[in-house]
Write a protein that binds this ligand. Structure first.
Ligand code: T4K
Length: 407
């Protein structure tokens, strides 16, 4: 057994092992579809594959409408605009920055509200207290594909007359009480980014049972055109291309393979990380359908190494574990400058942002790789105090995860 690579040993992996390696479905089927696009010379603008993809997603989720977009961020912006949000929207700071940015970009102030320690999602009791006369909406995020407190948030939204949207970027293919996520609230937003469970290279969608919202979003997605030359509202270009829809359809068809690989990997992490003091793997509800697209550990403050020390060790081994979503949106610009005191109300989110580490999973990651990653973590934690002293003498390099603010 060599020393850890950060101290000069041979890295455990010759090539980087990534967190977000894309799941690829049937290549031949994809190429056939791409061939069809070229034959038809219909590349974009609500083409047949986009329509087919929208139908397939809506059927799978059991929703009336799917409006496919060029990415999840554009879908969020469209949903925010089509739902007529204004003033402030209550949102979790423990999410990808796009959730907050989409609001701010649409002129709606993200009012960051703390999360619950166990679920990592908005704490409904705190949401109630965060409502002000300017609040127009609650935007829940189903982080890691684990559902928000949907019933409680729905009840708050109904009682206080607020719109309820969900950022379901992580949650495609997950259920809540037997019903697929995507059909709750006024609308939910999906991402089909390359790193997501089902991907369309880049892509996203608004899914909703609200006819009016769907029809507005559809028009807004195409510059506000209601027909060939009538513009009826503000709009943008948020259309999904045919090539993306080809990938989306192919990826969707392979979802059972993706479910199985992620479950296998999560089970492998659970078994191989068991009993390591200070490390806990976040769990999913076995009674629900779940994509298990994120294998995330919490590193306890009492652990032999901190989360950041562990990440430095792993990166040197070529295991590119990620600090999703450090440091929390409220500490990223422009929010850090706009709301310098926000952290005072966000102790749980800040605590989690210091503890969470996303490990590699997906179809590109084999259980043998997971065994090595877990063994590295076990060895590191077993020798924590000594490694900590040695780490203090290692000058961060460009490859160090914290050297350039990368996470
Ligand atoms: N809401 C939430 C809750 C989200 O998580 C996201 C996106 C959104 C909204 C917005 O949806 P989109 O507009 O993105 O559709 C990645 C993704 O870019 C982002 O889509 C995702 N969330 C976020 C969680 O992760 P980064 O900055 O971490 O990406 P990057 O390039 O560092 O990739 C992650 C890892 O995946 C790397 O180790 C390399 C690997 N990778 C990545 C790509 C793109 C590959 O192996 N192949 C690839 O093609 O944000």
């Amino acid at each position: 057994m060599t020393d850890f690579a950060i101290f000069g040993g041979v890295p455990a992996f010759a090539e980087p092992v990534h967190v977000g390696r894309p799941n690829i479905g049937d290549r031949e089927r994809l190429m056939e579809r791409i061939g069809g696009i070229l034959d038809r010379r219909r590349l974009t603008n609500d083409g047949p594959l986009v329509q087919e993809f929208e139908g397939a997603v809506a059927d799978f989720l059991g929703v009336q409408h799917c409006v496919a977009t060029c990415n999840g961020t554009a879908a969020l912006q469209l949903a925010i605009c089509a739902a007529g949000l204004s003033g402030e929207a209550i949102v979790s700071p423990l999410t990808f920055i796009a959730t907050a940015n989409a609001l701010q970009w649409q002129g709606v102030t993200p009012a960051f509200c703390d999360v619950a320690r166990t679920t990592h999602n908005l704490d409904p009791a705190r949401v109630e207290h965060a409502i002000t006369p300017r609040t127009s909406a609650i935007v829940g995020v189903h982080l890691w594909g684990r559902p928000c407190a949907i019933e409680a948030l729905t009840s708050v939204a109904e009682r206080r007359g607020l719109a309820l949207l969900f950022d379901a970027a992580h949650a495609f293919g997950c259920s809540h009480r037997g019903r697929m996520l995507g059909s709750f609230g006024l609308a939910e937003v999906l991402s089909f980014h390359a790193t997501k469970f089902v991907n369309s290279f880049e892509g996203g969608a608004i899914v909703t049972n609200d006819d009016a919202l769907a029809s507005k979003a559809r028009i807004m997605r195409n510059h506000g055109f209601a027909d060939y030359d009538t513009v009826t509202s503000i709009g943008m270009n948020a259309k999904m291309s045919e090539a993306s829809a080809a990938m989306g359809l192919t990826s969707l068809e392979a979802r059972d393979v993706f479910y199985a690989a992620n479950r296998r990997n999560h089970d492998a992490y659970r078994a191989s990380l068991a009993g390591i003091a200070g490390i806990s793997l976040i769990e999913y509800d076995d009674a629900e359908v779940c994509n298990r697209n994120y294998a995330v550990i919490e590193v306890d403050e009492s652990a032999a190494l901190s989360r950041d020390e562990l990440q430095r060790l792993l990166w040197a081994e070529n295991v590119l574990a990620r600090r999703y979503f450090f440091p929390g949106c409220h500490l990223a610009e422009p929010y850090r400058s706009l709301f310098p005191d926000a952290g005072l109300r966000l102790p749980e989110a800040e605590r989690l942002a210091r503890r969470l580490l996303a490990l590699p999973t997906g179809t590109a990651v084999e259980p043998a790789t997971i065994a090595v990653v877990s063994e590295l973590i076990r060895r590191a934690m077993a020798d924590g105090p000594r490694l900590r002293r040695r780490l203090e003498n290692v000058v961060p390099t460009d490859a160090d995860p914290s050297s350039d603010g990368a996470s």
